[in-house]
Write a protein that binds this ligand. Structure first.
Ligand code: C2E
Ligand code: MG
Ligand code: MG
Ligand code: MG
Length: 282
């Protein structure tokens, strides 16, 4: 009867709820262990100049191979990590890996371009975040301009005085700042120019629509306003030649996406750059 059906439904709900919770706890614990045992890998995805398709920089993207679960996507574990102090630990781990790789790469390839690191929004509310970043850069003995931080609009918009202070201090010292996933939040370009950011990354959802009439208008106006304010524009998630050509014609500076390159293991990514700088073709 209906009572039985109701019970079944509750049962299904409970077990689904239980499964999600269980997965979340497992990811949290697993990630904690992975950070402790240094089992996370950093991959690099190149950013290409639209004008000549040369590599102008990289973005570091963390990769986690769970011993039991296999590959776990950052899209799943980063939001879980960000609910606790695990997000801060993840950032510290990735930052130290990236500073070390910049140092190694620059030792053999002098013109090695900047590497961007995604920063957990909560990090910008920590009063001493900028001090820690600057001290780590000094310790790694790498040029300040070789480091870029990618932050979402929310990280600076919703947040406090601390966030603005961190941003100011880092910018003043020459750390590059990029606004990530631009267009998905609610900040206006007008506001962003006061932050003195270097780069603006147009979110993939807009890039996906760039070949439609409406989409083109939106992307073109983002590019125009950014250019007027001296901000470099990067398109994220470029997957087709058509998108790439349209973006280039609109004056977009850099493109990143599977069309050009997937995120690569560090050695491969560095190799790609040294081939380019020695004039060899792929
Ligand atoms: P994001 O910073 O916006 O990074 C772009 C995401 O799009 C990456 O996913 C990248 O692999 C993917 N992508 C790049 N090109 C294409 C394309 O052409 N098509 C498609 N479909 N996807 C493309 P990923 O590596 O899974 O990372 C997802 C998000 O997780 C990142 O978004 C970022 O917010 C976060 N994340 C990744 N690594 C780190 C990290 O080391 N620290 C922190 N705090 N967050 C990270
Ligand atoms: Mg990013
Ligand atoms: Mg993004
Ligand atoms: Mg994103």
């Amino acid at each position: 009867g209906s009572a039985r059906r109701r019970n079944q439904r509750i049962g299904v709900f409970d077990s689904e709820h239980h499964r999600v919770l269980h997965r979340q706890i497992e990811i949290e614990q697993g990630l904690k262990d992975a950070i402790e045992n240094r089992q996370l890998a950093v991959y690099l995805q190149p950013k290409y100049k639209c004008a000549d398709r040369s590599i102008a920089g990289y973005e570091a993207l963390v990769r986690w191979h769970h011993p039991k679960e296999g590959f776990v996507s950052p899209g799943e574990f980063v939001p879980i990590a960000e609910k606790s102090s695990l997000g801060l630990e993840l950032d510290r781990y990735v930052l130290s890996q990236v500073f070390a790789l910049i140092s190694t790469a620059r030792a053999t390839i002098p013109g090695f371009p900047p590497v961007a690191i995604n920063i957990t929004p909560a990090h910008f509310s920590q009063a001493d975040f900028h001090k820690w970043v600057l001290a780590s850069i000094a310790e790694a003995q790498i040029p300040i301009e070789s480091v870029e931080l990618e932050i979402t609009e929310g990280a600076v918009m919703e947040r406090s005085e601390e966030a603005h202070h961190n941003l100011d201090a880092l910018r003043t010292q020459g750390v590059r700042i990029a606004i990530d996933d631009f267009g998905t939040g609610y900040s206006s370009l007008n506001y962003l120019r006061y932050l003195g950011i270097d780069d603006l990354k147009i979110d993939k959802t807009f890039v996906d629509e760039v070949s439609t009439e409406k989409g083109a208008v939106i992307v073109k106006s983002i590019i125009d306003i950014a250019v007027a304010h001296n901000i470099q524009v990067i398109a994220e998630g470029v997957e087709t030649v058509e998108q790439f050509e349209l973006l280039r014609e609109m004056g977009c500076h850099l493109c990143q996406g599977y069309l050009l390159s997937r995120p690569l293991p560090v050695e491969e990514a560095i190799e790609l750059f040294s081939q380019q700088s020695s004039g060899q073709t792929r």
